[in-house]
Design a protein around this ligand. Structure first.
Ligand code: PMT
Length: 219
């Protein structure tokens, strides 16, 4: 039985890594596979939402019935997210956005020399932070990928980024985080509540996250 409990909602989801290019052949990125974000997009579609998925480069197949926008860099992801934001009612940011990018992208391949090489990096825009400032009554859900002090760091992100819920991911735990089919998370809410979600498949977790989004919406 499929419940269309998200009918009428427009859910914007981000997934995957971003790539920040150094030159025509090299980039800075991370281990995100896109599995978590794509799982949420599929579940949201199945439950009747109109879904826009903004995704960095992954090996995954675009989900059926989902408006998928492929991007590469954080700046491209920002532009796509900002364009889709006004029409959306719920935003879930599972993407692993690179915090830094090279100050300049070399036009030609950077040549190997005898010495060492230093890269100068500058900060990327924090898309979730920007959305937090303009969210109004939209439901905004962020992730926090941490290797230590999980609850403290996630709680800071909840407040600073002004989101309704943070999905805190201890990416050092077995069966959690990047490029696996399962996850283990804690959900942090504005009223101080923390909910432990045990090890489960990312597809199953996607439904748990959408259940909480439905509650936050007061549906
Ligand atoms: O893709 P998978 O292989 O399935 O792995 C899933 C995952 C580990 C990537 C996912 O569960 C996860 O934790 N995603 C968030 C990764 C991350 O970048 O966390 P963060 O703590 O650095 O960022 C916090 C939040 O701010 C995130 O919602 C992120 O999308 C957002 N952000 C971060 C930096 C930035 N410049 N702009 C952002 O919008």
């Amino acid at each position: 039985l499929t419940t269309k409990d998200l009918a009428g909602e427009h859910i914007l989801i981000t997934a995957g890594p971003t790539r920040e290019e150094l030159d025509p052949v090299r980039f800075i990125s991370n281990h995100s596979s896109g599995k978590m974000g794509y799982a949420i997009a599929k579940a949201a579609r199945r439950r009747g939402a109109a879904v826009t998925l903004v995704t960095g480069p992954t090996c995954l197949t675009e989900p059926c019935g989902v408006a998928t926008i492929q991007v590469t860099s954080a700046e491209e992801m920002r532009q796509a997210v900002m364009a889709a934001f006004p029409a959306s009612t719920i935003i879930i940011k599972a993407a692993a956005v690179a915090d830094y990018r090279p100050v300049a992208r070399a036009v030609a391949k950077i040549k190997k020399t005898a010495g060492s090489l230093s890269l100068e990096l500058e900060k990327n825009p924090d898309i979730l932070f920007e959305l937090g400032k303009i969210k109004a009554d939209k439901i905004l859900i962020g992730f926090a990928a941490e290797t230590g002090d999980l609850l403290d760091n996630a709680a800071k992100k909840l407040t600073v980024k002004n989101v309704d819920m943070i999905v805190a991911n201890d990416i050092g735990a077995e069966g959690a985080g990047f490029n696996v089919d399962t996850n283990i998370v804690k959900l942090l809410f504005k009223d101080g509540r923390v909910e432990d979600v045990p090890l489960m498949g990312k597809q199953e977790l996607a439904d748990v996250l959408l259940d909480r989004a439905v509650k936050l919406k007061g549906r």
